[in-house]
Ligand binder design. Structure first.
Ligand SMILES: N[C@@H](CCC(=O)N[C@@H](CS)C(=O)NCC(=O)O)C(=O)O
Length: 204
């Protein structure tokens, strides 16, 4: 299978972490969707990354669907609980929270790359406030636990780590570590994992 993405996309990082943690053979192709010659729009009608192309050319999108599909391929480890409905819901809700942080941070980034007179300060504040609330919620949910859900690594941890890496990249001025030391300690452990380090190595 082939994964189309970029090194900076947080949704792509989430999927790469799933592939790496589950040790699933794949080829990762850097393919920014807006560059001439990109194959993204040919395989994903939405023109977005991540796009996972299976060996029979089936294209899987978007990142929650890809992550769920990949998780069914092997049990080493199981990243989305299979039989416990509440635990499964909590993992998917963590993913939704992390994806929401990504959505808002990407929206802020998209505003900030426009010329100043075209920027919408209200839109920027709306999304920045959503990130601030979502981080506070994540910190409260996490408490002093080692993992976001249960007693082992899950998709929840991979999604949240991807969101925080993106915030570090695009909003380095945001002191989320100072505001939430428990989240900071958890993130340090996540950032030391070989999977996370591997996705960071090519980051500009
Ligand atoms: N909800 C989607 C979001 C994917 C998304 O918005 N990806 C961005 C990159 S971070 C993208 O491909 N944007 C299209 C573009 O840049 O033209 C997912 O989870 O996969």
């Amino acid at each position: 299978m082939k994964l189309l993405g970029t090194d900076t996309s947080p949704y792509v990082r989430k999927v790469r972490l799933v592939l790496l943690e589950k040790n699933i053979a794949h080829t990762y192709l850097v393919d920014p969707p807006r560059e001439p010659g990109s194959m993204v729009a040919r395989v994903n009608p939405l023109g977005r990354i991540p796009a996972l192309i299976l060996d029979d050319e089936t294209c899987v999108f978007d990142s929650p669907v890809i992550a769920e599909y990949l998780d069914t391929l092997n049990d080493t480890p199981v990243l989305i609980p299979r039989n416990d409905a509440l635990a499964r819901m909590r993992v998917r809700r963590w993913e939704a929270l992390a994806d929401g942080i990504m959505d808002s941070a990407v929206a802020v980034r998209n505003e900030c790359v426009r010329s100043e007179e075209k920027q919408e300060p209200t839109n920027i504040s709306l999304h920045n406030n959503a990130v601030t609330r979502a981080l506070a919620h994540a910190a409260e949910l996490l408490g002093e636990r080692e993992w976001c859900e249960g007693s082992a690594l899950s998709l929840a941890d991979l999604a949240l780590a991807s969101a925080l890496v993106y915030l570090n990249l695009r909003q380095p001025e945001r002191d989320w570590r100072g505001a939430h030391p428990n989240l900071a300690a958890w993130f340090e452990r996540m950032a030391a994992r070989p999977s996370v380090r591997a996705t960071l190595s090519a980051q500009p």
